[in-house]
Design a protein around this ligand. Structure first.
Ligand SMILES: C[S@@+](CC[C@H](N)C(=O)[O-])C[C@H]1O[C@@H](n2cnc3c(N)ncnc32)[C@H](O)[C@@H]1O
Length: 332
């Protein structure tokens, strides 16, 4: 890990060397063994099936490449999306003044800002992301906000390499389903929390039928691993509240519970939807469409968006978002 100079001296950006992926997989072997006794029969049957190292490394590299590419435009097209989700997750996780908090997969800081505010000047937030461009852009924003309680790291959330039992609270907003082995990551997060420490994650539930239909414009172009970027597969652990809660339980968390919101998302026109969909992970869907087909895909999207026409103007679609919280037991 290397430190970048910061003109204010207070916020440190640490960069993990490229070999961190190899180190990570080394450690995953250990974690996997440690996790075995915690796996539920369901998890053993398929929810946390260990992934080959090469495949996991390839998946992490693909995800980091994608998010590096969108770092500058991320969620910056006037459509409230990541912020309302992250703010609700922070509220559900009940941060307290003076706590040491961790924001895993911080992106452009949607959860980091409310978290830093909630723990206040006596608290500390460590925020990390695999995508260096995300971290450097968020580092600039943290500096501009004058935040002196935040540490930003380039690190893999699956194995952050942070001291164990050091955080009162960890959150990960819309991150867990991007990780090659979510169960292994959850166990690593359990280790980072103090006994009694809390974890909160947000994941996606179903979208309304109009949104399903709209996103279906990409389906014929998508390789299997991109078929559902929002849930990592409708048959996996992210398909249901119980599936996510079972992942928590398998990693050793207790009191796992889930709440929801149905988030209305408004687009002025199809072009705003296009720019929005290219400003985050769904860019991967556009990249799967051959260049000569993209206009036709957009035209089809415009047709399908009609089903979501809002009498007040523009189009409104709805996404259910799930907030799952759990606790590392006080003993054990
Ligand atoms: C959908 S974004 C969410 C970002 C932020 N939490 C928010 O709510 O806006 C997912 C983020 O997770 C990061 N990410 C994906 N895999 C990761 C990993 N293995 N380790 C750390 N960050 C990761 C991506 O780079 C991206 O910034």
């Amino acid at each position: 890990m290397r430190s970048l100079p910061d003109e204010h001296g207070a916020i440190i950006t640490a960069v993990r060397p490229a070999r961190f992926i190899a180190e990570r997989h080394h450690l995953i072997d250990g974690l996997r063994n440690a996790l075995k006794p915690h796996l539920s029969p369901n998890a053993r049957a398929g929810q946390t099936v260990p992934m080959e190292h090469a495949r996991a490394a390839e998946m992490s590299a693909r995800v980091a490449g994608l998010f590096n590419r969108v770092a500058d435009t991320y969620d910056a097209v006037g459509v409230p999306w990541f912020a309302p989700i992250a703010e609700r997750l922070v509220a559900e996780s009940v941060p307290r003044t003076g706590e040491r908090a961790l924001d895993l997969g911080t992106g452009r800081g949607a959860a980091l800002w409310p978290l830093a505010e909630a723990v206040g000047p006596t608290g500390r937030v460590t925020a990390l992301d695999l995508a260096e461009q995300m971290v450097s852009a968020t580092h600039r924003d943290a500096t501009a906000r004058g935040l002196r309680t935040v540490t930003l790291l380039v690190a893999d959330a699956s194995n952050p390499g942070l001291p164990p039992a050091s955080y009162d609270l960890a959150i990960a907003s819309l991150v867990l389903f991007f990780l090659p082995e979510p169960g292994v990551a959850l166990r690593a997060w359990w280790d980072l929390l103090v006994p009694g420490g809390r974890l909160g994650v947000s994941t996606f539930g179903p979208r309304d039928p109009a949104w399903e239909d709209l996103d279906d414009v990409f389906t014929r172009y998508l390789p299997p691993q991109l078929l559902d970027a929002r849930t990592s597969g409708i048959r996996g652990p992210f398909a249901t509240d119980a599936g996510v809660e079972a992942l928590f339980a398998a990693a050793g968390f207790d009191s796992a519970r889930t709440t929801h919101i149905d988030l209305p998302v408004h687009f002025n026109d199809v072009d705003q939807w296009r720019r929005w969909s290219m400003s985050h992970g769904q860019l991967s869907h556009w990249l799967a469409v051959p260049e000569p087909d993209r206009d036709a895909v957009l035209a089809l999207a415009a047709e399908r968006l009609e089903a979501a026409r809002d009498p007040r103007g523009g189009f409104t679609l709805e996404q259910r978002v799930r907030f799952t919280t759990g606790r590392r037991p006080l003993t054990g």
